[in-house]
Ligand binder design. Structure first.
Ligand SMILES: NC(=O)c1ccc[n+]([C@@H]2O[C@H](COP(=O)([O-])OP(=O)(O)OC[C@H]3O[C@@H](n4cnc5c(N)ncnc54)[C@H](OP(=O)(O)O)[C@@H]3O)[C@@H](O)[C@H]2O)c1
Length: 394
């Protein structure tokens, strides 16, 4: 159980890294709803300085960080409350989670950059509520042993929070399979030819979840599900083929664990990220729900199906990278980040995303993971290759 501070104020002291994003703002909402239990002490953004100033006015953290160091003269920062320490740069973001007055760090950063903050917070002995799935996709071979030695890692991704809860009280070696659920995304049922025609606006209209742009596109390509399989493989210490992806269109079953005797334990609930975010704070306790409850009488039905890995190549590529292991998932992730950014900026089509990822994966081999610095170099090289491939096609 998480040790509370020894001061009179018994609230958990929280750092929210990436507080202006979809997960970050929902984390702040949980903090707002449970102000008697949670105290925000540190916040970070990349460029959203006006948001940061407003959040700092409301939550009164002792320090904030802005990753984009070119914002030093940003007038919005003049609205920070007096006494609130301000620092700049990527390192400053990781640093504010490591201070002595922090109990829990929510890593709500998007992309590979999150791995540094996750690792640093664990090294500092913090409980990490990990939304940033890229951390485990890239560096699960380093992060999981680190989490076993220092700190505590609680998944925030809804499927992984669900699986984590389906394992509670059970013997992990008696599990037979993980069923990782997938909404199917906005293009469920479409053919490859139809996918080639979809636009940025089509891709950003996710049917169930309101998320940041990058993960919304990843959900549309099903890369998100592939990244989640690699994340689950590391988090729960199971082979990739132990994990079955099942399309669950209503997004009410958040995932399941099947045991040796054929019993299946499922986690159900409202489709609201505040629930798994809150659990990363409250575990092993449960607090009052931050979201409307699910009324099963109004649910109608639950539908299931297999994902189409022929049309949605990103899922097949991620499973391939996860099975190969080593540094290949880092290559996959880097190429995907470049291709998704290109798609969002209008410089490539939807199916160019998986083409760029496949091309880049074919240029690299799976090496043994040695260090974050090694992964950083591979990430940079894979980004360069993916960008070169996409610019040659346009
Ligand atoms: N959204 C969901 O429902 C959901 C569900 C499960 C898992 N996740 C995972 O959670 C993570 C965050 O997703 P999101 O949807 O919340 O993303 P998002 O809405 O794009 O927010 C990203 C946050 O990270 C900050 N940021 C961006 N680039 C940065 C950089 N280079 N250095 C430091 N900070 C940076 C952003 O600040 P600015 O606002 O200043 O740019 C923002 O606060 C992702 O890994 C995603 O896969 C999300």
């Amino acid at each position: 159980m998480l040790a509370h501070s020894q001061t009179e104020d018994r609230r958990l002291r929280v750092a929210v890294l990436g507080c202006s994003g979809s997960i970050g703002t929902q984390t702040l909402d949980v903090c707002r709803q449970h102000a008697d239990k949670l105290k925000v002490v540190a916040l970070s953004v990349n460029t959203s300085t006006a948001f940061l100033a407003r959040a700092a006015q409301e939550f009164r953290p002792s320090r904030v960080a802005v990753a984009d160091a070119s914002r030093k003269d940003d007038p919005a920062l003049g609205d920070l409350p007096s006494g609130c320490a301000l620092s700049f740069g990527e390192d400053a973001v990781a640093q504010i989670g490591c201070q002595d007055d922090v109990d829990v760090v929510i890593v709500a950063l998007v992309g590979a950059i999150g791995v540094w903050s996750c690792a640093r917070a664990l090294e500092a002995g913090k409980r990490v509520g990990l939304a940033n799935k890229e951390s485990l996709v890239i560096a699960g071979d380093l992060i999981m042993p680190l989490a076993a030695r220092s700190g505590e890692l609680i998944p925030v991704d809804s499927e992984h929070s669900a699986i984590f809860q389906c394992y509670l009280g059970e013997k992990a070696d008696q599990a037979h399979a993980i069923w990782l659920t997938c909404s199917g995304g906005p293009f469920f049922g479409r053919s490859r030819a139809e996918l080639a025609q979809v636009t940025r606006d089509d891709a950003l209209a996710h049917p169930t979840w309101n998320m940041g742009a990058k993960i919304t596109v990843d959900s549309a390509t099903l890369m998100n599900k592939g990244l989640e399989c690699i994340e689950a493989h590391h988090l729960f210490g199971v082979p990739m083929d132990f994990i079955n992806v099942v399309v669950q269109r209503e997004s009410k079953i958040h995932s399941m664990v099947e045991y040796a005797d054929g019993s299946v334990i499922a986690h159900l609930g409202a489709s609201d990220m505040r629930i798994p975010i809150q659990y990363a704070f409250s575990y092993p306790d449960r607090w009052d729900t931050p979201a409307p409850r699910l009324d099963f009488r109004e649910l109608g039905g639950l539908t299931f199906g297999a994902p189409d890995t022929e049309a949605f190549r990103c899922l097949a590529l991620a499973l391939e990278a996860g099975r190969a292991g080593g540094t290949l998932p880092c290559v996959l992730n880097a190429a995907n980040e470049i291709a998704v950014a290109a798609f969002l900026s209008g410089s490539c089509g939807f199916t160019d995303i998986d083409a760029a990822v496949e091309h880049t994966m074919n240029r690299f081999s799976a090496e043994r993971v040695e260090s974050l610095e090694q992964l950083w170099d591979i990430d940079r090289a894979a980004r360069t290759e993916a960008a070169r491939y996409l610019s040659a096609r346009s």
